[in-house]
Design a protein around this ligand. Structure first.
Ligand code: PGA
Length: 257
């Protein structure tokens, strides 16, 4: 049975991010106390930056990431790791360089893989998630076109990690950081919707008025491939953490939690 995700309205992106960081900190430390690992699915983009700042703060206050394994949602194809717009670079700059996660526990799709090896690389990525025991908590952003990861409009719900072409809205939104749409990579590797739906819990972050319309659509009954975030209605443990502006258009009949 489809289920509309719960949503939580926060006054600011910072308060939403602190709440999610505290949840992640609790997961990581309770697993460590039991001698177990915690597996996180991570996102890039401007949205999760305050979350990563807060996780770095928690680390400075004593939270260890020694028992953490991470899987990133996606990576542009054709960018070297050191390219300033690669997600490898983003994740190390904003998080991994500042915490004690073992480098061997970090999984980010490799954007430098040759075409003939891409299928095998995607399969290896999926197998690594299974070997780690599955994703405990997946962090998501949402594109203005409703994409999650790089699962663009038209994506199907059962697809696993794969190569995809970027949608024109996605390219337009990335154009400024790449100094023009012509410099935005045309393709990316992304976890599929099926991969995302296998996570035991999903928290989608959305901040700012540009996300208000799509957040409302994702929380409105009716699953459509044209808005991949509506596939989250197939999962029974999804929360949207939104700030006042991103939540401004929500018409859902259920009140915020
Ligand atoms: P943003 O991107 O965080 O830069 O808004 C979100 C997304 O496209 O998933």
């Amino acid at each position: 049975m489809p289920k509309i995700p719960s949503y939580h309205l926060f006054p600011t992106a910072e308060t939403a991010s602190k709440t999610l960081a505290a949840e992640i900190g609790e997961l990581v430390s309770s697993r460590a106390a039991a001698g177990q690992s915690a597996v996180l699915g991570l996102a890039t983009g401007s949205t999760p930056i305050p979350l990563y700042e807060e996780l770095v703060c928690l680390h400075r206050k004593g939270l260890s990431f020694a028992n953490v394994t991470t899987f990133n949602l996606d990576e542009y194809l054709g960018l070297e790791r050191k390219h300033k717009e690669s997600y490898w670079h983003f994740m190390h700059t904003h998080l991994f360089d500042h915490i004690n996660i073992p480098p061997g526990n970090i999984y980010i799709p490799d954007g430098t893989i040759a075409d003939e090896n891409l299928q095998g690389h995607c399969l290896d990525f999926e197998n690594a998630i299974v070997r780690a025991g599955g994703i405990d908590l997946q962090v998501l952003g949402i594109g203005r076109n409703g994409h999650i990861g790089f699962n663009e409009p038209g994506a199907s719900p059962e697809v696993r990690t794969h190569v995809t072409s970027l949608n024109k809205v996605t390219i337009a939104d990335a154009a400024e950081s790449f100094d023009g749409p012509q410099n935005v990579p045309a393709r990316a590797i992304t976890m599929g919707v099926g991969t995302i739906l296998d996570a035991r819990r999903v928290v989608l972050l959305a901040f700012g008025g540009s996300k208000a319309g799509i957040v409302n659509r994702a929380l409105t009954p009716g699953i459509t491939s044209e808005v991949p975030a509506t596939y989250l209605q197939l999962h029974d443990n999804v929360s949207f953490f939104v700030d006042t502006d991103a939540g401004a258009a929500i018409e859902a009949s259920s009140p915020p939690e």
